[in-house]
Design a binder for this molecule. Structure first.
Ligand code: IMP
Length: 186
C-alpha cells in the first residue's frame, strides 16, 4: 500500500486517503535509525517505547538501529475517541532503571505535546544522563503548549487531521494497518 493509493475496500468507509504508504514509512524509519545509530555509538541507549501507539514504530526503529541498545515499554493514555482528555496517565516507569542512562522516548504522534511533556517531567529527577525524543508524526497545530521542547527526531510532519494505522488507533481500532490513513470526519 503506497502513498496516494486508493484506500483498500475494507477501510474505504472509514478512511479518506492513504497518507503515508509502507515504502515511504520504511525508508524514513531507516534514515532515522541511521541518525540515532550515529548519535548513540557506544552509549547503549534505552528506547522508552510509549504504548500502545508506538508499538509498531518502536519495533521498526529498534530493528533499524545498528548500535547496541535496550528496549523498555511505558503506557500513556490521554485520548478518548478523537479528543484529548487534557490529562495524561503514565504508567510503567516505576519498573525502569534509567539512572545514568541515555534515554530516547519513542512516541507515535505529537499533537498538543502534553503527553511528551508529562513523560519528560516524570523522567526528570530519575537521573537519566540524557533524554531525547523520537516521534513518528508531528501535527501542525496551534494547540501545542507554550514552552514545549522540540522533539529531537521527527519522522513526518503532517497536517492537523486525525490519522490511524502503523500503531495509531481510533477507539482501539486500525492500529494494525501497515500504512497511515486519514479518518473520515464523524
Ligand atoms: P498530545 O498529548 O496531545 O501530544 O497527544 C499525543 C497522543 O494523542 C498520542 O500519543 C496519541 O495517542 C494521541 N493522538 C493524537 N493525535 C492522534 C491522531 O491523529 N490519531 C491517533 N492518535 C492521536
Amino acid at each position: 500500500m503506497e502513498t496516494g493509493d486508493p484506500v483498500p475496500p475494507p477501510w474505504a468507509s472509514s478512511l479518506t486517503e492513504v497518507l503515508l504508504g509502507t515504502s515511504q514509512i520504511a525508508s524514513r524509519v531507516s534514515e532515522i535509525g541511521a541518525s540515532l545509530s550515529a548519535h548513540y555509538e557506544g552509549l547503549n541507549p534505552v528506547l522508552l517505547i510509549v504504548l500502545k501507539g508506538s508499538f509498531i514504530f518502536g519495533a521498526d526503529l529498534s530493528r533499524s538501529l545498528s548500535v547496541s541498545h535496550e528496549v523498555q515499554f511505558i503506557r500513556a493514555k490521554s485520548y478518548v475517541g478523537t479528543e484529548s482528555t487534557g490529562e495524561v496517565h503514565v504508567t510503567g516507569l516505576e519498573g525502569v532503571d534509567i539512572s545514568g542512562r541515555h534515554v530516547v522516548v519513542v512516541e507515535d504522534i505529537v499533537d498538543t505535546g502534553l503527553t511528551l511533556r508529562q513523560i519528560r517531567k516524570k523522567l526528570t529527577g530519575m537521573g537519566a544522563a540524557s533524554v531525547e525524543s523520537c516521534v513518528f508524526l508531528k501535527k501542525e497545530t496551534d494547540r501545542r503548549g507554550k514552552g514545549t521542547p522540540d522533539e529531537t527526531w521527527v519522522a513526518f510532519g503532517i497536517e492537523d487531521r486525525f490519522v490511524v494505522g502503523y500503531g495509531l488507533d481510533f477507539d482501539q481500532k486500525f492500529r494494525h494497518l501497515p500504512f497511515v490513513g486519514v479518518m473520515k470526519e464523524a
